[in-house]
Design a protein around this ligand. Sequence first.
Ligand SMILES: NC(=O)C1=CN([C@@H]2O[C@H](COP(=O)(O)OP(=O)(O)OC[C@H]3O[C@@H](n4cnc5c(N)ncnc54)[C@H](O)[C@@H]3O)[C@@H](O)[C@H]2O)[C@@H](O)CC1
Ligand SMILES: [K+]
Length: 469
Amino acid sequence: MAAVDENAAALGVPRKQLMESSGHAVARAVRDVAEPGSSVTLVAGRGNNGGDAFVAVRFLEAYETTTLLLGRAETIGTEIARENWEALERADYDVREVADSRTFELPEADVIVDAILGTGISGDLREPAATAARAIDDADATVVAVDVPSGFDADDGDHADNGVEADRVVTFHDTKPGLEELDADVTVADIGIPAAAERFVGPGDVDLARPIDREGRPYVIGGGPYTGAPALAAQSALRAGAELTFVAAPETVTGEIQGYSEDLIVQPYGSEVLTPEHVDDLVDTAEQYDNVVVLGPGLGTAEETLEAVRQFLESYTGRAVVDADALVVVPDVDTDATLVCTPNRTELERMGGPEADSLPDVAAEIESLAAELDHVVLAKGADDVVTDGDRTHVSRSGTVGMKVGGTGDTLAGIVAALMEGAEPLDAAAAAAHVNGLAGERLAENGGHGYLATDLLEEIPAVLWGERDD
Ligand SMILES: NC(=O)C1=CN([C@@H]2O[C@H](COP(=O)(O)OP(=O)(O)OC[C@H]3O[C@@H](n4cnc5c(N)ncnc54)[C@H](O)[C@@H]3O)[C@@H](O)[C@H]2O)[C@@H](O)CC1
Ligand SMILES: [K+]
């Protein structure tokens, strides 16, 4: 929800506008349960959940409202909630600050609006929220909860023992996991979030997947006929936050791969291309260290190599990004591994996917392919389609200069690095966006003549640099 919200802001629909819609929806729910002239007490916390209640007050002119803020106004946590509080103060509504939970008294009311805590909660209710929740539960009033009953954790569906028991819940945009199981009447209010905020990958998705630590050790299994591809994938993983990257490659090319970069750890195996005899060792290593594997860059299409890829996927049970020549094997293999497949348009077709000039036009077919494969598919084109067979995103970042060779390898490395901390679909969506934004940065300064190696240096700035939000 936070990601969608931030994407909406980037599309020009700021959170304050959404709060106005949320507050209006809360007021509508109050009108549904009580006649005009009834008394309504709104109990608000200092976050945006409280902000929704401040907005609702302005839509409840026909009622006797009293608004209690749990805490002092100067400690309201967000600017938009504070602005809405100040609007109430200036306009002479009955608003009261509760500075001390020991003196908390809940005015008699027909309806109580619970806006103490929303999705920003962690753990059981602390004071003064706990006292307020107890008073709400003891009161003989219809309780309307804003977004979730306070105490409910929308991430895992747990409800704190000392949380509010609501009669009605007005939740926003989409239902939250676990909400339906509560003994309350739940309605989902449309608050005007554009569908594009969910459809198109945006800054909110990058936020979701942004590594907060330096961790992860992607393991690139690639190289043989080509050497640049595995080196690019490994280097881009480092640029996207990985702590170390390993490249397992035929001994005939490890010197060359190492020669591109002193930052890589290169592990040779004894043949000219990947063959089945190396598979057990590679699987053991990857599983022992719980690496995210990048399987494919530069491996080539020798029959024995594709057989090795098949055997690898059959026995591997960890996480992997499958790219390039390795992709063709995926549809025929039975694997317990968690895969993100990153085909370009030709590889997509070879995997049984649709043929298309524009991937978003065939997003539904790509979604079906992902569902059938039971893996995440990140289909690469001018616009990328990223889907797990259930949810589907389109990444519109990038410029025509990205058609240069090697940008798919940098993408695979970024996906692997982000998968260390994020769910595969989230990692894939964010990686597609980041790779494209790195290209956009280069295009700003030098047209379309940049190289995949140039992308590497832009990745950190795109992931962690100054942002507009
Ligand atoms: N798209 C969105 O995300 C929108 C969200 N809106 C509202 O914003 C809410 C989320 O707002 P916030 O992120 O500001 O979070 P909350 O309003 O849920 O409150 C967060 C505050 O509660 C405190 N807190 C956390 N756990 C606590 C505990 N166990 N006991 C006592 N205090 C605790 C934190 O210190 C923090 O200050 C949503 O539930 C919804 O009501 C709407 O305004 C509009 C759109
Ligand atoms: K609430």
